[in-house]
Design a protein around this ligand. Structure first.
Ligand code: GTP
Ligand code: MG
Length: 315
C-alpha cells in the first residue's frame, strides 16, 4: 500500500497486444492477474493456456501473491479501513462506524425493507468529506432491477448539502440485464475504481438475475459456481482498492416456519459464507426499519432501529 503501482505492461510475458486483450477483459492490474485462474484468462481473452499460466506466475512473483504475510502487516492494512456513514447514528454504531471498506457487506431482507434506499444513501454519503462520514470518493452502482432513481439521489444530496450535479456525476451506473453482463461489469468496475477514486461499489440486487436465469435443481451447482466467481471479483475490488462493497439480497418469507428465523437468504450457503458482514433488515411500524448484524467476524451481534424519510436514511 502506498507504493507506486506497476502496470501489467511491466511483465516480461506481456507484450502490447496481450496487454490490450487483458485490459479489455478487465485484467488491468498486476493483482488481478496474480489472483486469476489461467483458465479464466483463456476463456475471456484469446490468450493460450500456457501463456496465461506464464503471465499469472510472473504476476504472482512480482506481487508476492503466493507468499505468507505476518499479522502485523495485516493490521497495518486494516489501519486503512474507512467507513461510509449510513445516515443513521444508531446504524453506524451497530456497524462499528458505518459500512466498511476492504469488505463485502451483504444486506438482505424482504421487499420494501430498505435495501435499495440504503444503497442510494451510501452512494451519496461516500461523496461527503471524511469528517462528515464520507470517504471523499465516488460510487459505482450495478442495477439489476432497474430501481436506481436519480431523483432520490437529488433528495439525499440536497439534505446532505452536496452539489446536486456533482453528486449525480460521481455515481457510475450500469443497468444489468443478465448474469454474464453482471460478471463483466464487475470486472470493468475494477478498472474505473483506480482511475476515478471510487470508494463504494453497490450491486443491487446481487442474486435476482441468477435466480431468473438458473431455475431448477439441475443448474444449482452451475449457478453457485458463477455466483462464487462474481463474489471473488467483488472481494478483490474491496481488498485491493480499499473499497466498500455493498450487495443486496432479497429473502423470501417462509410462512411455514414460525419459530426462529422465518426467512431464507437467496443464494444459499455460497453466499452465506462469502460476504464479510451480513445485515438483515426487516420492516417495523411505518417508516421504521430494524437492522440486525448476522455472523460478522468482528462486529458483535445486535440490532438497531432506523427510519426511511423523504431526506433519506435517518435515526
Ligand atoms: P426490494 O428491492 O423490493 O426487495 O425492496 P427494498 O428492500 O430494496 O426496499 P426499498 O429500499 O426500495 O424500500 C422501499 C421503501 O422505502 C418504501 O416502502 C418506502 O417506505 C421507502 N421509500 C422509498 N422511497 C421513498 C421516498 O422517496 N420517500 C420516503 N419517505 N420513503 C421512501
Ligand atoms: Mg430494492
Amino acid at each position: 500500500m502506498g507504493e507506486e503501482k506497476k502496470s501489467i505492461e511491466s511483465l516480461s510475458s506481456v507484450g502490447e497486444t496481450i496487454a490490450q486483450r487483458l485490459h479489455d477483459a478487465g485484467y488491468s492490474t498486476l493483482e488481478s492477474l496474480a489472483t486469476a485462474k489461467p483458465q479464466d484468462i483463456c476463456e475471456v481473452t484469446e490468450i493460450g493456456e500456457s501463456k496465461a499460466e506464464q503471465i499469472v506466475e510472473e504476476a504472482q512473483a512480482v506481487t508476492e501473491a503466493g507468499e505468507f504475510t505476518t499479522a502485523d502487516k495485516i493490521l497495518e492494512k486494516r489501519g486503512d479501513v474507512g467507513w461510509v456513514s449510513t445516515g443513521s447514528e444508531q446504524l453506524d454504531n451497530l456497524f462499528g462506524g458505518g459500512i466498511e471498506t476492504q469488505a463485502v457487506t451483504e444486506v438482505f431482507g424482504e421487499f420494501g425493507s430498505g435495501k435499495t434506499q440504503l444503497a442510494h444513501q451510501l452512494a451519496v454519503n461516500v461523496q461527503r468529506p471524511v469528517e462528515e462520514g464520507g470517504l471523499d470518493g465516488k460510487a459505482i452502482y450495478l442495477d439489476t432491477e432497474n430501481t436506481f432513481r436519480p431523483r432520490r439521489i437529488l433528495d439525499m444530496a440536497s439534505a446532505a448539502n452536496l452539489d446536486s450535479q456533482e453528486t449525480l456525476k460521481s455515481i457510475f451506473i450500469a443497468k444489468i440485464h443478465n448474469t454474464d453482463q453482471q460478471l463483466l461489469m464487475a470486472e470493468k468496475a475494477q478498472e474505473i475504481v483506480g482511475e476515478e477514486n471510487v470508494r463504494l461499489l453497490v450491486v443491487d440486487t446481487l442474486t435476482s438475475l441468477f435466480r431468473a436465469e438458473y431455475v431448477g435443481r439441475e443448474v444449482l451447482a452451475e449457478r453457485q459456481q458463477k455466483l462464487g466467481r462474481h463474489l471473488l471479483t467483488l472481494h478483490r475490488i474491496a481488498d485491493l482498492n480499499n473499497v466498500a462493497v455493498l450487495v443486496t439480497n432479497q429473502v423470501q418469507a417462509k410462512p411455514d416456519v414460525f419459530l426462529g428465523d422465518s426467512t431464507q437468504p437467496i443464494g444459499g450457503h455460497v453466499l452465506g459464507h462469502s460476504a464479510t458482514n451480513r445485515i438483515y433488515l426487516r420492516k417495523s411500524k411505518g417508516a421504521r426499519r430494524i437492522a440486525r448484524v448476522v455472523d460478522s467476524p468482528e462486529l458483535p451481534e445486535g440490532e438497531a432501529v432506523f427510519a426511511i424519510s423523504s431526506e433519506g436514511i435517518k435515526d
